[in-house]
Design a protein around this ligand. Structure first.
Ligand code: ADP
Ligand code: ASP
Ligand code: MG
Length: 456
């Protein structure tokens, strides 16, 4: 079997869903599990609706729900024509449930993480319903399977962790029989449930992770990530117009890139694929004939080669200085215990025996973290920072590469430099407003000149 994941822009309207249908049909003999995201913008809209309800702005929230319903109705009607009525009725039933949840939030005046997950799940539930019905209409024998019947997570709402063992068992029970019958399975990315059936989500962009997990647990031959660009590019195309497609990259390169902000892949996607050695292919659903990027275990280790430039915005720097010098021993451990306790990922760190500078981007817990740290250290907080990083297997064993990278970054104040443990990324923390110029300069230095030379 294979997994085919379609992101929000790949299912955003009727023409996109028609393209998806053609793409799936070509691979129908490979037993596809089709994992879909919410239509582009819908998850954001649902979270905005939850926020409006929590603020008591019920009229605005209600209008937004109606708009969402109309958008889905419109797509269903465009795809199914006169036979759309049953789907429109199912959309209505779902939207009624959504309205009840939103009303609940309004009554409480607070959107708990649990209700945010329940509300956010409607995007994928609506898109998958329409896609499944259209497949059937187009004679693709499909079965719609609710992800909550197999994707089992802990109860950490808005960032739930899947339980691989339980999920595997459930997949075998609910999903494999449909594949065995030769049916195309359609399911939702992003959403999941706890053991007791409470709806959770895997975090923003989590459909990639859903796809990768299903693929890994069912030993797929391939995991396809269909999106709106020609694959993984040498930089974010919204910043660097000249960004080029990367044909092949290693699992490690892709993981580092995803981790450092290349939104095209969810950071954890690669992990399940790596452990099972399943190739991941990133392709453009608008241009399915373009080869895309193939990510496999085998590294393409070209000395000096930089594969891509990435950045992560919204970074906060914490400088933590021990207030008790005699505690220097064990200080690092105490600091990291605090981050661990708040489940906060530290993206980069620099340390001496009495001070640590840590870069984090999850500011949800910032207050609690600094309060805890201040019980044994002094803490300075700097907001609006970013990490810009360069990734490539070729960074290992290339003398002088760090100097070249920093040189290419140009005149800029760098707060911190970090080389990843994997030695295939070199990143630095700087002011957020420096992202675009620095990313462009790095791209120009490592890709554009090379291209010019090749052309010459
Ligand atoms: P989807 O809805 O398909 O999951 P996303 O918006 O999550 O799509 O990811 C695709 C987007 O990621 C692209 O449109 C592009 O703007 C952005 N992106 C950032 N960095 C990169 C990169 N290095 N290569 C490709 N795309 C990138
Ligand atoms: N719909 C979810 C989001 O927008 C998940 C995804 O698309 O991967 O974050
Ligand atoms: Mg995505």
């Amino acid at each position: 079997m294979i997994v085919m994941k379609f992101g929000g822009t790949s299912v955003e309207d009727a023409p996109s869903i028609r393209r998806v249908t053609d793409i799936v049909r070509k691979d129908v003999h490979r037993s596809p599990v089709v994992v879909v995201s919410a239509m582009a913008g819908v998850t954001n809209e649902l979270l905005r609706i939850a926020a409006l309800a929590a603020e008591g702005k019920t009229a605005a929230g209600g209008r937004a729900v109606t708009k969402l319903e109309e958008r889905h109705d419109g797509v269903a009607k465009e795809l199914l024509g006169p036979t759309a009525a049953p789907v429109v009725a199912s959309i209505r039933t779902l939207v009624d449930d959504l309205r009840r949840l939103v009303d609940g939030v309004a009554v409480l005046g607070e959107a708990s993480p649990r209700s945010l997950d329940a509300i956010a799940s409607f995007g994928e539930r609506l898109s998958s319903l329409i896609i499944h019905e259209y497949f059937r209409r187009m004679k693709l024998e499909s079965t719609l399977i609710d992800a909550r019947s197999f994707m089992i997570t802990d109860g950490q709402h808005t960032a739930a962790l899947p339980d691989a063992r339980r999920t595997r068992t459930a997949l075998k029970r609910v999903l494999v029989p449909a594949l065995d019958k030769g049916r195309v399975v359609v399911t939702q990315g992003f959403m999941a449930a706890t053991r007791t059936g409470v709806t959770t989500t895997l975090g923003r962009g989590g459909s990639d992770l859903s796809a990768a997990l299903i693929g890994a647990l069912l030993k797929a031959r391939e995991i396809q990530i269909w999106t709106d660009v020609d694959g993984i590019l040498t930089a974010d195309p919204s910043i660097v117009r000249e960004a080029r497609n990367i044909e092949a990259m290693s699992f490690r390169e892709a993981a580092e890139l995803a981790y450092f902000g290349a939104r095209v892949l969810h950071p954890e996607t690669i992990l399940p694929a790596v452990s099972s050695n399943i190739p991941v292919i990133v392709k453009n659903s608008r241009r399915p004939d373009v080869a895309g990027t193939v990510i496999t275990a085998s590294a393409t280790d070209i000395p000096g080669a930089v594969k891509s430039v990435a950045y992560k915005e919204g970074i906060t720097l914490l400088t933590i200085v021990s207030t008790r010098m005699f505690l220097a021993h064990g200080f690092l451990e105490r600091v990291f215990d605090v981050f661990e306790h708040h489940r906060t990922v530290v993206h980069a760190v620099a340390s001496s025996d009495v001070s640590i500078t840590a870069a984090i981007n999850d500011i949800g817990r910032l207050k609690a973290i600094t309060a805890e740290l201040r019980s044994f250290a002094s803490v300075t907080v700097e907001r609006n920072k970013a990490i810009v990083c360069v990734v490539g297997e070729g960074l290992r064993n290339t003398p002088g590469i760090a100097a070249r990278i920093l040189g290419a970054a140009g005149e800029v104040t760098v707060n911190m430099i970090s080389q990843g443990a994997s030695e295939i990324n070199l990143g630095f923390v700087l002011d957020e407003r420096q992202i675009a110029p620095v990313v462009r300069r790095l791209h120009a230095a490592f890709f554009e000149r090379k291209a010019d030379k090749e052309a010459a």
